[in-house]
Ligand binder design. Structure first.
Ligand SMILES: *Cc1c(COP(=O)(O)O)cnc(C)c1O
Length: 369
């Protein structure tokens, strides 16, 4: 029997979350951000639920190609544009919309002589200082792009550095700079990621860029996805491989990090950092064993973790262990590893089997091949 270390992907939850974004930003169009293989959820499992989006946004040309291979006809935007000149022909072939964030990209496109699509997106740096043309040059760059053969529309993008902290003074400054840089320029505007579209109604504009919230995860500190009316798309689970007695005073796992302060019942589940469950998870991190809340004890190994079952003695070998997802919000789990949920979902490794929740059915995981 195959190892039951499984990421279940719930497409219905994804469609629900897209609806939630529409409720937050009813007057905006929605870019569904599906970079990094749909934030590690697997693009092939997610695309069917995103039919209702207005555009799909990715980071790389390979990600765009994967979407086209799946036969999806929605507009696709390269959030960082192309990185080398040869990719312009590929972008034209695949009909990809480009972000232009640097004068060199604009020069390359001018040399290429035409735009892959009628619509382009000019990215303006308003204070994050990662990508974007300087705000002072936005008017000139916008005009150069509009002058290219085949271009009908040049939209305007910027990106918040601190959208999940609404009180941070940089937000208002960035918004003000964006307003000033784009005043009088024709084109639709797009400024907000997940946190921005929730926190700043004034920054929703004609377009919002929704990533994390689509996957049912909260971008706001101290709120979980369910708190925001979102449903988790990924549920990561494994199976109990062993249940052992450990006497008081003995230690558990690598480095003997955890010492039993009482006689314990310890479950071993088949998941570890080799699957993407971080080695940095702290003692006490919650897991669900057959639906009951239990705690991690001892260091995460490559293939296994150890769980305190002392207060749940009815657990049995083969029980399902949920690491995050339905019933166990990922936001709190990320905090236990001193990271963010974005990183947890993106680092699931190829050893984990992905399953479409709708196909899992009532027969339980073992019924699925
Ligand atoms: C990834 C990304 C997003 C999505 O951010 P979320 O916080 O996941 O909503 C938006 N805009 C840009 C430019 C991005 O790279």
């Amino acid at each position: 029997m195959a190892r039951n270390t499984i990421a279940r992907i719930d497409a219905a939850a994804l469609a629900h979350n897209l609806g939630r974004v529409r409720e937050w930003a009813p007057d905006s169009r929605v870019m569904a951000v599906v970079k990094a293989d749909a934030y590690g959820h697997r693009i092939d499992l997610c695309l069917p639920a995103l039919e209702g989006a207005d555009l799909l946004a990715v980071a790389t040309i390979e990600e765009a190609r994967a979407i086209r291979r799946l036969g999806n006809g929605l507009p696709v935007l390269l959030l960082e544009g192309v990185v080398d000149y040869g990719d312009l022909a590929v972008a034209a072939d695949l009909g990809l919309e480009l972000t232009l964030h640097h004068v060199q990209q604009i020069e390359a496109l001018e040399r290429f002589g035409r735009s892959p699509t009628e619509r382009l997106w000019l990215k303006i740096d308003t204070g994050m200082h990662r990508l974007g043309v300087p705000a002072e040059s936005a008017g000139e760059m916008h005009a150069r792009l509009l002058a290219l053969p085949g271009v009908e529309q040049v939209n305007l993008i910027s990106h918040f550095a601190c959208a999940e902290e609404p009180e941070h003074p940089l937000n208002a400054l960035q918004l003000e700079r964006f307003e000033r840089a784009t005043a009088g320029l024709e084109g639709e505007r797009c400024m907000s990621n997940s946190a921005g579209l929730i926190n700043f109604p004034a920054a929703r504009y004609e377009w919002v860029r929704a990533g994390l919230v689509l996957y049912g995860i909260s971008p706001l500190p101290d709120r979980s996805g369910p708190d925001l009316g979102l449903e988790p798309v990924m549920t990561l689970s494994a199976e109990l491989l062993a249940i052992n007695r450990v006497a008081r005073g003995e230690q558990i796992g690598y480095g003997a990090r955890f010492t039993a302060e009482r006689d314990m019942l310890v479950g071993v589940a088949g998941i570890g950092y080799g699957d993407g469950y971080p080695r940095g998870m702290a003692d006490g991190t919650p897991v669900l064993v057959d639906g009951r809340s239990c705690r991690l004890c001892g260091r995460v190994s490559m293939d296994m973790i150890t769980i305190d079952l002392t207060d749940g003695p009815e657990a049995q070998i083969g029980d399902e262990v949920i690491l995050w997802g339905r019933g166990l919000p990922i936001e709190g789990i990320a905090a236990c590893a001193d990271t963010i949920p974005y990183e947890l979902v993106c680092r699931i490794t190829r050893r984990v089997r992905f399953r479409d929740q709708a196909l899992v059915g009532s027969g339980g995981l073992r019924a699925v091949k």
